[in-house]
Design a protein around this ligand. Structure first.
Ligand SMILES: [Zn+2]
Ligand SMILES: [Zn+2]
Length: 282
C-alpha cells in the first residue's frame, strides 16, 4: 500500500510504503530529509488502490463525524465512500472520503457527489409531493362500483416548497412562509414538513389563511380577536429530536379569488423546520 504525497521542500510527487509513512525519508529530487505528511496534515495525500487502512478511516471520522453524509440521514456511518469515485479519477484521501450508512453507500454508487446529492433531493421532493397528493386523492375517490365508474381526480395546487432550509420562529409572529394562491378548487390547505429540535423545547406551527386584501393581525393569533383562519400543531421534545408534522386547514365555502397562506412558528429557538411542502387541494 503506497502513500502518495508531495515533497514539502520542492513539491516533487513522492511515495512511501504506508507502513513506513511515519519514518523520516529523503526526497529523490532535492535530497531534503523530511517526514511524509500524515493524512491529518495533508487531506489530499492519497493511497493508490481501492482500500484504506483503519487509521485513515479514523482520521476521516474525526474530521467529518460519524453520521452518514446524505442530507437528512442521521444514521451512524457503516463505511466510507468516495465523493469522486475511483472510476472517475477520485482518490483514497481524507479530502475525498466521506462517511455513509450502508443504504446510502449503495444508493450513491459510482455517481459524483454533487450529482448524487441532486438526485437525492429530487427524489425526496417527489416523495413529499406524492405523500401530500395521494391521501387526498384517495379520500376524495368514491369506491369503484362498476367497470364504468371513473374515479375522480384530486386537485392539488403547489403553493410553496423548500428543501434543506432552516425555518425558525420569528419575533412578533412574523410568518416564516407567506405565499399567495388562487382559491379556485382549493378547499383545504396542507402544510407537510420535517422538523428538528436541538436540546429540546416546544413549538406551535400555525397554518393561517385569509382572502387577499384582509390583513389579520398575526400577533393576535392566540386570541379570539384573530380575524383569519387558522390551524395549529404543537410539538414538544425533551432533548435532540426530529420528526414529521402536517397541519391542514379547511377553508369555508366562500369567497373565491386570491388568498394568502402563511405559516407562523411560535416557540423557542430550539425548533426548526428543515423541509416543507405547502399545497392546496380540493
Ligand atoms: Zn524534494
Ligand atoms: Zn444514510
Amino acid at each position: 500500500m503506497l502513500w502518495h504525497y508531495h515533497c514539502p521542500d520542492c513539491g516533487q510527487p513522492l511515495e512511501v510504503e504506508w507502513a513506513r509513512h511515519k519514518e523520516e525519508t529523503v526526497c529523490r529530487k532535492c535530497r531534503s530529509r523530511h517526514y511524509p505528511p500524515t493524512p491529518d496534515e495533508d487531506p489530499f495525500a492519497y493511497i493508490a488502490g481501492a482500500r484504506w487502512p483503519p487509521e485513515l478511516e479514523q482520521i476521516v471520522i474525526a474530521h467529518k463525524g460519524a453520521v452518514c453524509s446524505a442530507p437528512g440521514c442521521f444514521r451512524t456511518y457503516n463505511t466510507l465512500t468516495l465523493k469522486k469515485p475511483i472510476s472517475k479519477g477520485g482518490r483514497i484521501s481524507v479530502d475525498n472520503l466521506i462517511p455513509v450508512c450502508t443504504h446510502h453507500a449503495r444508493d450513491k454508487g459510482e455517481q459524483d457527489y454533487e450529482e448524487w446529492i441532486q438526485n437525492l433531493r429530487e427524489r425526496e421532493l417527489n416523495e413529499q409531493l406524492a405523500a401530500v397528493t395521494l391521501p387526498m386523492v384517495q379520500a376524495e375517490t368514491p369506491p369503484a362500483e362498476s367497470a364504468e365508474t371513473v374515479p375522480l381526480a384530486g386537485y392539488v395546487q403547489l403553493i410553496s416548497r423548500e428543501s434543506n432550509t432552516r425555518l425558525m420562529p420569528l419575533p412578533e409572529n412574523r410568518p416564516v412562509v407567506m405565499a399567495p394562491f388562487l382559491r379556485g378548487a382549493v378547499r383545504r390547505l396542507v402544510f407537510d414538513y420535517e422538523w428538528e429540535a436541538r436540546g429540546g423545547g416546544e413549538v406551535k406551527v400555525y397554518l393561517v389563511a385569509w382572502p387577499r386584501g384582509e390583513e389579520p393581525r398575526l400577533d393576535f393569533l392566540e386570541s379570539e380577536e384573530f380575524a383569519g383562519l387558522k390551524a395549529v400543531k404543537e410539538h414538544w421534545a425533551e432533548r435532540d429530536a426530529r420528526g414529521e408534522g402536517c397541519v391542514t386547514l379547511e377553508l369555508p365555502p366562500a369567497p373565491m379569488g386570491r388568498w394568502t397562506a402563511a405559516v407562523v412558528m411560535e416557540g423557542n429557538g430550539a425548533f426548526a423546520i428543515k423541509e416543507f411542502v405547502l399545497a392546496g387541494c380540493d
